[in-house]
Design a protein around this ligand. Structure first.
Ligand SMILES: Nc1ncnc2c1ncn2[C@@H]1O[C@H](COP(=O)(O)OP(=O)(O)OP(=O)(O)O)[C@@H](O)[C@H]1O
Ligand SMILES: [Mg+2]
Length: 350
């Protein structure tokens, strides 16, 4: 069966030099929600725009539901896109904006009203439906733009950072409902975000991009536990994964003050050892260091410890008793450490 959305070697260049998209091949299955992440400027919005038909690739192809999209205008693709910079008709009310696509399609009034109510409930917009964009906050406007996309019940949703302007609690409420709604509609979705939690919780699979290329496509768990490169490992996860420069010496890997058993098989000479903050343990035995920062979040505390000339990030449960300046012993869980080639693309070697 053909994938629902397919990018096949898509390259897009706006100017000579660095391509915005550089040979991106990606298949999204029907009903799947793929979250696209990567640093600013890596090509996420461009990827969505070529699927929407707002940009044509220079080379490579886009297909939706097995149908080649070259030359097919956006309105004939059955795709709804929520843009990063949402533009709303200033003279319409939120209700009129949301129901507009249905009105264009000749959907009867009663059905339109039901669709608007449903979208408004999902997006917590019930009491704002009679306001115009000028009377709405940035986050409210963002939700109206999403409502307009949702009521269309398209085959494919393209969301470009749709919740970026919302406060944390609204964001998590809408995240849950949006994920549920997209799945209930059986729609396929590409969803761009900079938010680690959104990526991990919403995605069936996460696509990690860098400089126009797709580095890895995998389930959130695969990406987190088996990142293809040190960049992917460090990109997803908060606080960031520790990367400690290391060398292989005899039967050990020496990463600064830490020693790990050397796994069997060929290894490059220079490595980066990747250790998630939850696999760093403070107190007990280990390398001596001192605390340089403590960030209590309630359920957990992030502690930064200077060990020799490097900072190691640790995650402790609840409110941790460590204070800035405290001397502390630092140990890493070697069984959970990842090994990356320190050269080239930083590929994971173990
Ligand atoms: N219309 C355009 N003309 C020229 N360059 C463009 C255009 N659109 C995007 N670019 C460039 O293409 C690259 C990818 O841009 P894109 O908007 O896809 O990045 P992004 O990953 O969405 O970034 P962000 O996270 O900041 O939104 C960037 O270097 C950007 O400057
Ligand atoms: Mg963008």
């Amino acid at each position: 069966m053909a994938a629902e959305v397919e990018l096949d070697g898509v390259t897009k260049r706006f100017a000579p030099g660095q391509a915005a998209l550089d040979g991106v091949t990606l298949q999204v299955e029907r009903g799947e929600l793929v979250v696209v992440v990567g640093p600013s400027g890596c090509g996420k919005s461009t990827a969505l725009r070529v699927v929407a038909g707002l940009e044509e690739p220079d080379s490579g192809a886009v297909a939706i539901a097995g149908r080649a999209m070259r030359g097919v205008p956006p309105q004939d693709r059955d795709v709804a896109m929520v843009f990063q910079g949402y533009a709303l008709y200033p003279q319409m009310t939120a209700r009129q904006i949301i129901e507009f696509p249905l009105k264009m399609r000749g959907v009867p009034r009663g059905e339109r009203e039901r669709a608007v109510e449903e979208a408004a409930a999902t997006l917590r917009l019930e009491r704002l439906l009679d306001r115009r964009p000028g009377e709405l906050s940035g986050g409210e406007r963002q939700r109206v733009a999403m409502g307009r996309a949702i009521v269309r019940k398209p085959r494919v949703f393209l969301f470009d950072e749709p919740l970026s302007n919302l406060d944390a609690s609204l964001r998590s409420d809408i995240r849950l409902e949006l994920g549920e709604l997209v799945r209930r509609l059986g729609a396929t979705a590409l969803y761009v975000t900079h938010d680690h939690v959104e990526a991990m919780t919403l995605a069936d699979r996460i696509a990690v991009m860098r400089a126009g290329r797709l580095l890895q496509l995998g389930t959130p768990r695969e990406i987190y536990e088996r990142p293809a490169t040190s960049f992917v490992g460090a990109f997803l996860g908060s606080p960031r994964m520790n990367l400690i420069a290391a060398r292989v010496t005899g039967d050990a890997i020496v990463a600064g003050p830490f020693r790990l058993p050397r796994p069997v098989g060929k290894l490059p000479e220079r490595l980066d050892v990747g250790v998630r903050p939850e696999d760093v343990h403070l107190g007990g035995s280990g390398a001596p260091g001192y605390v340089v920062a403590v960030e209590p979040l309630g359920a957990e505390t992030h502690v930064v410890v200077r060990v020799g000339d490097r900072d190691v990030r640790a995650r402790a449960r609840g409110f941790d008793a460590h204070r800035r300046g405290d001397e502390v012993k630092v140990a890493i869980d070697a069984s959970r450490a990842l090994l990356f080639d320190a050269e080239g693309a930083g590929e994971r070697v173990s």
